[in-house]
Design a protein around this ligand. Structure first.
Ligand SMILES: [Zn+2]
Length: 459
């Protein structure tokens, strides 16, 4: 009954989906099926604007007095997705956390642009594999394929625009999502082409292959948090730094310190290309995260941090980067495993360090919301357990409701003595430095042997 009444209220508020141009206030509301936390947080960039708690029927409502029009994102921990908001909007979403992005639907004013952005997001995820197969093509053919894919999307944006009359800003955002998303593949092409064809050197590219580089904009603040734009910047910098090193430094740096060397190129390139403060800080942060999260010597790590601080001392993410660096220093070989409490299938608390007593122990990680990954890693661990009978393999579950975790253990017939559950996702991922889903930690008797192992590559 209460649910019915609530629906009526919603209908009343969003009566005909017309934008109310007399008000600058914004309604943002929705329903979360299978919530993973009790709240929804709305962000502009990395600034939280408002938090709304779910009610008894898992609905939330936010009313903001005013917003600066543009791209926002909402977070229902640990997932997040865009929402594009303009003054006077009243928009409602519905999603199911079991299929977060796929189930997300917007209604109300702004539904056209928002549903289009989700559609493009999902299309991009899907086409990644298809495009991966195209990397073997010669550059001219590959570029022509990318052109036609992009044109197809742009014309579907034109069609939506003709029907819904998007604002200029909304159109620009969707347009940028399409074009930058497509340029990512152009930046990646030479590397994947070499890998797929097995060619010894980088393939020569026609003069106009990168012609779009003349029109890319490093300083458009509206695009800073648009994923395709940001990802494009990452690939672009990766491409430029590799090519720069190849032409300036030759083969001098092909040895052990190569990763540090290449990342120094990247840091300098950001410094020379990007002036817009937020994008610059975010890209610097990305280089730092990317570099720090892979194994390197303590000496190289500290050299990197010194360089980083020289170029980006006032980085808005400095505290986070320092914390990661300190965390990594605590996860070096011969250090003790950090103090963390996990739970057994019988819901008993157990210290992480106790789980590695006796045998060499390999900790790996999985989540009930990534079922594809869960199946793959299970298969892999099954194989490794046969290959390494003297090792103990222990699964740590993250980001899953405890009851659901327990039922997954039953359904998949997992050995309960080798499965543990973590409740504090942030704390566990920060302490154990988990960024790669296939990361594993090898330890024995509470002492770290290798905290940066990988279940596929390290065994
Ligand atoms: Zn170099």
């Amino acid at each position: 009954m209460t649910r019915f009444l609530f629906c009526l209220c919603i209908l009343f508020v969003w009566s005909c989906g017309e934008k109310d141009s007399n008000t600058s206030s914004v309604f943002f509301a929705g329903e979360i099926v299978n919530p993973t936390t009790n709240k929804v947080v709305l962000y502009k960039g990395d600034t939280p604007l408002d938090t709304a708690f779910l009610d008894m029927s898992n609905r939330f409502v936010m009313k903001l007095d005013s917003v600066s029009a543009g791209l926002h994102h909402f977070q229902h921990h640990p997932e997040e997705q865009y929402v594009y908001l303009e003054k006077g909007d009243s928009i409602q979403l519905r999603l199911n956390t079991i299929n977060f992005d796929e189930s997300l639907v917007f209604s109300g004013t702004g539904e056209a642009i928002n549903n289009f952005m989700v559609e493009m997001f999902l299309a991009a995820e899907k086409e990644e594999q298809e495009i991966y197969d195209l990397y073997e093509l010669e550059p001219e053919t590959f570029a022509a394929k990318m052109d036609s894919l992009r044109e197809m999307k742009l014309s579907s944006l034109e069609a939506i625009n003709a029907e819904e009359d998007l604002t200029e800003e909304a159109f620009k955002m969707a347009n940028a999502g399409i074009v930058y998303g497509s340029y990512i593949f152009m930046e990646a092409y030479p590397f994947y082409h070499r890998r797929k064809t097995g060619e010894k050197t980088m393939h020569n590219l026609p003069d106009n292959f990168y012609s779009y580089r003349n029109i890319i904009d490093f300083n458009d603040e509206d695009l800073t948090y648009l994923r395709p734009y940001y990802n494009f910047m990452k690939y672009h910098l990766g491409n430029l730094s590799y090519m720069e090193c190849k032409s300036d430094c030759g083969d001098r740096h092909m040895s052990a310190g190569r990763r540090l060397h290449l990342n120094r190129h990247k840091l300098r390139l950001i410094d020379s290309l990007v002036q817009q403060r937020e994008l610059r800080d975010n890209l610097y942060r990305n280089v730092a995260m990317d570099y720090l999260l892979k194994r390197d010597t303590e000496e190289n790590l500290s050299q990197f941090m010194a360089d980083f601080k020289k170029l980006s001392a006032n980085n808005r993410h400095m505290a986070e980067i320092n914390r990661l660096y300190e965390g990594i220093k605590r996860m070096q070989p011969n250090m003790s495993l950090p103090e963390l409490v996990l739970y057994s299938a019988e819901e008993k608390p157990v210290a992480l360090s106790e789980l590695s007593n006796g045998k060499k122990t390999v900790f790996y990680f999985w989540s009930g919301s990534e079922m594809g990954h869960f199946r793959n890693i299970n298969k892999r661990i099954g194989k490794l357990s046969v290959q390494y009978p003297d090792h103990n393999f222990i699964g740590i579950n993250l980001r899953t409701d405890m009851a659901r975790w327990q039922s997954l253990l039953e359904t998949f017939g997992l050995d309960k003595s080798k499965q543990y559950w973590a409740d504090d996702f942030d704390r566990v991922t920060h302490t154990l430095i988990i960024a790669d889903p296939n990361k594993s930690i090898v330890a024995q008797d509470g002492i770290i042997l290798d905290a940066f192992a990988n279940v596929y590559r390290s065994f």
